[in-house]
Write a protein that binds this ligand. Structure first.
Ligand code: SAM
Length: 214
């Protein structure tokens, strides 16, 4: 296995642990309670390294279905960069994983996450909207629009989960999302986060979860 792949695998194990800390059953934010398929919208997903981790995590959180016993999870990823979306499409294929009793349905779209209404696949609402390494610091107006869309795409009891690379950007995003109508449920620092070359930046350094204010 390449050292890049090893790093990626370790990052994913740590992300899974962070998800357990913020949306696991013992936490302030309970896992989504959908009867049917759990629907995840991953905005600004890049090549969506986290697709398998997210679908596995939310399948684990789900009660087994009646009937066929399969836990169904759908993930729809959106990013403006077509090359990254093509990479995600190549790596993550829908299918049934019989050993884990999970049916996964992946879809990846090239598009602007600040203008989701133009996509037909996006006219439904989601149990979870996820944004890994949101980029609020590098274009606050566009990211405010993306945050607005993220909140608007949640089911009434849905959850928005974000991760951030550095402390200031995380705090700015927390403030912006709360101003736009998000209610912060929990925010936790990842103490195992892998350091990046830029001082103060690290992978999934913070993870926060919101619901929409009533
Ligand atoms: C810091 S990267 C994070 C990528 C990925 N989530 C990850 O953690 O590896 C930010 C991502 O935002 C995407 N992005 C920026 N503006 C966007 C927009 N308006 N709509 C969709 N994606 C956007 C970029 O293409 C990039 O993939």
């Amino acid at each position: 296995m390449s050292s890049y792949q090893e790093k990626l695998n370790t990052d994913m194990q740590r992300l899974d642990k962070m998800l357990q800390r913020v949306v696991g059953p013992q936490n302030k934010a309970q896992p989504p309670n959908s009867d049917n398929s759990t629907r995840i919208l991953n905005l600004a997903c890049g090549s969506c390294n986290e697709a398998g981790t997210l679908t596995d995590f939310f399948a684990k959180m789900k009660k087994p279905e009646l009937g066929d016993g399969l836990k169904k999870v759908e993930l729809l990823g959106v990013d403006v960069r077509a090359r990254e979306i093509a990479d995600a499409q190549r790596r993550f294929r829908s299918g049934t994983h019989t050993e884990q009793n999970i049916q996964k349905d992946y879809q990846f779209l090239t598009g602007d996450a600040s203008k989701l209404d133009s996509h037909r696949a996006l006219d439904e609402h989601f149990d979870v909207v996820f944004m890994r390494h949101q980029n609020f610091y590098n274009g606050d107006r566009v990211w405010e629009e993306i945050f607005e869309q993220a909140l608007a795409k949640l089911k009434d009891d849905g959850q928005l989960v974000i991760t951030s690379y550095f402390d200031e950007e995380h705090q700015l995003a927390l403030n912006a999302i709360q101003k736009l109508g998000g209610q912060l449920i929990d925010s936790q620092q990842n103490l195992e986060s892998r350091k990046l070359p830029t001082i103060g930046k690290s992978v999934d350094r913070h993870v926060a979860v919101f619901r929409r204010k009533e």
